[in-house]
Write a protein that binds this ligand. Structure first.
Ligand SMILES: *Cc1c(COP(=O)(O)O)cnc(C)c1O
Length: 427
C-alpha cells in the first residue's frame, strides 16, 4: 500500500508506524542503549544474525523511521541518516573505495565536497579526478581507470545551479562497471528521483530543504538496491568478500539488495560514528512533513525572481534552469519538469564591489552561509564559502568571482523582489 502512495502522502505518512497504544507522532528515542532479556539475544545482534537496536551509534528507532521515509521518497530499498551532508558523501564513497582506489566527480560540486574528495580523501590514498560535465563522452570516459570505483555528481550543483545529465552519467558509469552516486540535496525527491534515471546511490545534506528551517545539520544516504556488486566482485571486495570484523560474513550473500546499506551501518557507523542525534532526526521529520508544499513555493517564487532579474539591465548574467533562455532549460525540463529549486546564481555588472554593495543593501534578505531554507538569503561564494579555493579552482568549479547565490525562500515573492529592487537601486 505504502509503495503506491504518492510523494506528498509519503512526506506526511511514511516512516513511523505506531502500534496499538503507541504515540501517533514519531517519538524521540533519546537513549544510547536498548534492553534485552539475556546474553544470547545480545550476541545474535552483534553477529548481525538478528536485527534489533543495541546502541544508538549503530541504529536508533527515531533515526530509522526518518531514514525509511527518505528511502521511500527516493524509491530506494534502504537509507541511513548521518550527522551531516559531508558525512553522507564521505560514507557513500568510502563504503566502496579504499586506499589505492580512484573515483570520478564533476568539478561543479559543492565546495565542501570538492575539498573532501580532492584533499582529505587523497590523504587516505583515494584519488579523485574532477571532470567538466560539459565535456563530450570520450573525454569523460578517458578518466576511467581499472581502479575507478564510482562516479559522483549533484542533480543541481551548489552554488552554480547547473543541471546534471543523470541518465548520461549513469550510462557511462555502468559501461565501466561502477555505480553512479548522485547528491540530490537541491532538487529533493519532490522534484527529481535520480534512481528513475539510472543513479544507484543518492545522498543528501538534509540540512537544506529537507529540514527546511535551518535548525539541524544532517545527511542521508539512500541505496536503490539496483547495482549488481557481485557482477563486478573484483572491484568491490568490501561487499563481495568476507568481512573479518564480522566472522567472515559476505555482505552481498547475507543481505542481498541491502548489502551496501548494511555495510555502511555495520562498518562505517560502527567505526567512524557520524550519527545523527535522534533529536535532530525528529526535527528533520517535521521538515519532511511539509517538504512537498515548501518546494512548490520555493520554485514558484524563484521563477518570479529569476524572471525579474533576467530583465533588469544591472544584471550581467543569470543561471536558473526555469528560464527558457537558460543553457540548462532542456535538461531541467527532462529531469525537473515540476520545478528545480529556490536557488538562483547570478552576477551584477561592474566589479566585485557592486556585488558587495548590493548584498549589504538588502533589508529582509540576509547574508548567511546557509542555503535552501524557508528564509530568503544570499551569499557571495568567492568571499564566503569558497574562500579556500584559488582563483583557478574557482574557475574550474564554474564559480565566477562575481557569482551571487540567491536562495529564494517561501515569503511573498513581491516582497522578495521589492527588497532586491531597492538594493539594486543603491549600487
Ligand atoms: C550543504 C551541502 C553539502 C554538505 O552538507 P552539510 O550538511 O553542510 O555537511 C553537500 N552537498 C550539497 C549539494 C550541499 O548543498
Amino acid at each position: 500500500m505504502e509503495d503506491k502512495l504518492k510523494r506528498e502522502s509519503l512526506c506526511v505518512q511514511a516512516g513511523w508506524k505506531p502500534k496499538k497504544g503507541e504515540p501517533r507522532v514519531l517519538p524521540i528515542y533519546q537513549s544510547t542503549t536498548f534492553k534485552y532479556d539475556n546474553s544470547e539475544q545480545m550476541a545474535r545482534l552483534f553477529d548481525l544474525e538478528e536485527s534489533g537496536y543495541f546502541y544508538t551509534r549503530l541504529q536508533n528507532p527515531t533515526n530509522d523511521a526518518v531514514a525509511e521515509k527518505i528511502a521511500q521518497l527516493e524509491g530506494g530499498v534502504g537509507a541511513m541518516l548521518t550527522s551531516s551532508g559531508q558525512a553522507a558523501n564521505f560514507y557513500a564513497v568510502f563504503n566502496i573505495c579504499q586506499a589505492g582506489d580512484h573515483f570520478i566527480a564533476t568539478d561543479t560540486i559543492y565546495g565542501g565536497t570538492f575539498n573532501l574528495f580532492g584533499v582529505t580523501m587523497k590523504k587516505l590514498g583515494i584519488e579523485c579526478t574532477f571532470i567538466d560535465p560539459d565535456w563530450d563522452d570520450d573525454k569523460i570516459e578517458a578518466a576511467f581507470r581499472p581502479n575507478t570505483k564510482c562516479v559522483f555528481g549533484e542533480t543541481i550543483s551548489n552554488p552554480g545551479v547547473n543541471v546534471f545529465d543523470i541518465e548520461r552519467f549513469a550510462r557511462m558509469a555502468h559501461k565501466h562497471g561502477v555505480p553512479l552516486i548522485v547528491d540530490n540535496t537541491f532538487a529533493t525527491p519532490i522534484n527529481c528521483r535520480p534512481f528513475e534515471w539510472g543513479a544507484d546511490i543518492v545522498t543528501h545534506s538534509t540540512t537544506k530543504y529537507m529540514d527546511g528551517h535551518a535548525s539541524a545539520v544532517g545527511g542521508a544516504i539512500v541505496d536503490s538496491g539496483n547495482f549488481d556488486w557481485d557482477a563486478h566482485a573484483d572491484k568491490f571486495p568490501g561487499l563481495c568478500q568476507p568481512d573479518e570484523s564480522y566472522h567472515g560474513l559476505v555482505y552481498t550473500k547475507a543481505f542481498g539488495k541491502m548489502a551496501y546499506m548494511t555495510k555502511a551501518t555495520a562498518q562505517l557507523m560502527r567505526d567512524l560514528g557520524s550519527i545523527q542525534s535522534p533529536m535532530n532526526a525528529f526535527l528533520l521529520n517535521l521538515g519532511l512533513e511539509t517538504l512537498h508544499l515548501r518546494m512548490k513555493q520555493h520554485c514558484a517564487n524563484a521563477q518570479k525572481v529569476a524572471e525579474f532579474l533576467e530583465q533588469d539591465n544591472r544584471v550581467a548574467w543569470i543561471n536558473y534552469c526555469g528560464l527558457k533562455s537558460n543553457k540548462y532549460y532542456g535538461l531541467g525540463q527532462k529531469y525537473l519538469p515540476d520545478g528545480s529549486c529556490g536557488v538562483i546564481a547570478f552576477g551584477l555588472k561592474g566589479s566585485r564591489d557592486e556585488a558587495i554593495k548590493f548584498m549589504d543593501s538588502l533589508k529582509m534578505i540576509c547574508i548567511v552561509t546557509h542555503v535552501a531554507d524557508a528564509r530568503t538569503c544570499v551569499l557571495h561564494p568567492a568571499s564566503h564559502t569558497h574562500r579556500q579555493l584559488s582563483e583557478e579552482q574557482l574557475r574550474q568549479a564554474g564559480i565566477a568571482p562575481d557569482l551571487i547565490r540567491l536562495s529564494v525562500g517561501i515569503e511573498n515573492a513581491d516582497d522578495i523582489i521589492d527588497d532586491i529592487k531597492q538594493a539594486l537601486d543603491r549600487i
